[in-house]
Design a protein around this ligand. Structure first.
Ligand code: SF4
Length: 338
């Protein structure tokens, strides 16, 4: 497999009045051509900051800082060293992003067709007429009915699901190498959610785009992702293939996330597992395991020393003291063994 993206020691902080919030604290991962990587975790775990850093889209003027030692290599070139003009070309042409709420991302004053055509004119040098024809093709590709007519309509004339499809059409118009989808289905109802995920999967197969899927919901990624990385308090606590994370999870936080996914075999189907407590304050992150305060298996060492990543297989790693040979043997919760 050919690596298209290689993120090394990514550290991102926000300078606030209360102090420096260390939102992402030394994250490493890679993305192969054409695969789907899911980044999963609760709100505030650093997954969105990580994905926005890849396009250098961190908010300004709020002082966000990507530390100098961090590297984001796209086809071997460090995005963090690129000039503004190179970054502008990269966004849209090489890496595109779709967001949770298409209504705030689409331009309400422009027809959807023009919004798709715009990036084709800028990045591919097409004429207005050619770009509009391509825009109609893209709308057909994302299954918008009456694409010619719909291309001339404004976002408010689209339903929620159609707006998200239009966002996908804009993001994929220039056939980017990487698509970042940040909670792409959260604002949609369940049936439309499934349709949008299927659409992303099909388009990925047709266009060969690699996808980074950012979500708080492990249930959403089971059918779509090739690999999963679980983040907590700004660090990756477990990563592996989808099978490894679903069928051989090793970290208590991954167990908690998996238990909160609805299962048919759960006895009491009205009650879903909820993890108690809240993530740590990232102005003063804990010195030991960041999950210690919420972990029912916490040992003394967990509070004092951050666990290193233990290699379970070539593709599976976990940061938890339970993997230490001297740690007591702990079984995966029973509900996950069924
Ligand atoms: Fe729990 Fe300790 Fe593992 Fe952290 S290192 S998840 S506190 S057992």
């Amino acid at each position: 497999m050919e690596k298209i993206l290689d993120v090394q020691d990514l550290k991102v902080s926000f300078h606030t009045y209360a102090g420096e919030v260390q939102a992402v604290r030394g994250v490493n991962f890679y993305l192969n051509k054409g695969e789907t990587l899911a980044i999963v975790g609760e709100s505030g775990c650093g997954k969105t900051v990580t994905s926005k850093s890849l396009m250098r889209l961190l908010p300004e003027p709020m002082p966000a800082e990507i530390k100098k030692t961090s590297k984001i290599l796209f086809n071997g070139k460090n995005i963090l060293d690129m000039k503004e003009s190179e970054i502008r070309h990269l966004r849209g042409a090489d890496i595109s992003m779709i967001f949770q709420d298409p209504m705030t991302s689409l331009n309400p004053t422009m027809t959807v067709g023009k919004q798709i055509a715009e990036s084709l004119i800028i990045h591919k040098g097409l004429s207005k007429g050619e770009a509009f024809e391509e825009a109609v093709k893209m709308l057909k590709l994302v299954n918008i009915p009456n694409a010619e007519k719909r291309a001339k309509q404004y976002p408010h004339e689209y339903s929620g699901g159609m707006r998200q499809r239009a966002m996908i059409a804009i993001a994929l118009a220039c056939e980017p190498k990487i698509l970042i989808a940040d909670e792409p289905t959260t604002a949609l109802d369940v049936t439309i959610q499934a349709q949008i995920m299927d659409l992303i999967k099909d388009l990925q197969k047709d266009l060969g785009t690699a996808v980074i899927l950012v979500t708080h919901d492990l249930g959403v990624v089971a059918d779509v992702a090739d690999r999963i990385q679980v983040m907590y308090a700004g660090v990756v606590i477990e990563h592996g293939t989808t099978d490894e994370v679903f069928y051989n999870p090793k970290h208590p936080y991954t167990w908690a996330l998996l238990q909160s996914v609805p299962r048919l075999e759960t006895e009491n189907k009205d009650v879903l597992y909820a993890l108690g407590g809240t993530p740590p304050d990232l102005i003063k992150p804990p010195v030991g395991c960041p999950f210690a305060a919420r972990c029912e298996y916490c040992m003394e060492i967990c509070k004092e020393v951050m666990p290193d990543a233990t290699r379970i297989s070539d593709t599976h790693g976990v940061s938890c003291w339970l993997q230490d040979p001297l740690a007591p043997k702990v079984e995966v919760p029973e509900v996950l063994r069924k």
